[in-house]
Design a protein around this ligand. Sequence first.
Ligand SMILES: [Zn+2]
Length: 220
Amino acid sequence: MPFARFIDTLLSLLFPDRCAGCGRLGTLLCDECRHRLVVYDGDPPRVADQLTDVRIAYVFEGSLRHALHQLKYHRRQRVARPLGGLMAAHLQSHPLPCDALIPVPLHPKRLKERGFNQAELLAREVAAATGVPLIVGPLVRVKATHQQALLDVAGRIENVADAFAWTGPAPPARVVLVDDVLTTGATVNACAAALRAGGARAVYALALARSRGRTPLSHR
Ligand SMILES: [Zn+2]
């Protein structure tokens, strides 16, 4: 048993898991909460001219919204495991022709505040489950942006324009961007522009969830 897995097992014995959706003991995401997930079948994102295609797994509501909140704001990083597993399952049932997974990066300042990038944790789970390589590092957030929630669509596009840069050697031809919540698509679209400028030919987006109806609160 690798050491990290051993420590993980030890911790789970000392601190039993609670469902991130409903608080039930014994699991990180219980069957009941899983059954309540609503498959996303709503509109595509409004801002996607740089994206080849977009996959969104679930509607951002109920237990999923709660679970994601636990991951990001209560810093329960283990919750990325079942949530990333849901994304991997979605990608396996809605395949994309891709060479690598790249999480949407946080600005270094935000990364320092939170201590981790939730999109990266999710992407790691997807990579582990699907075998698609993960690339973390060359795609960077070079501009600290305002909260997207406070802005309309035009403001969101403007806010994230030139916010990202590809800093490595040429990226793989076909890349899947991974993010937790997708709203207008402006953020992943700006990432895709940076990847295309770096040489990527096809850029897809995979998100765990998206609201339907009214614009949700910001996720960053
Ligand atoms: Zn539950």
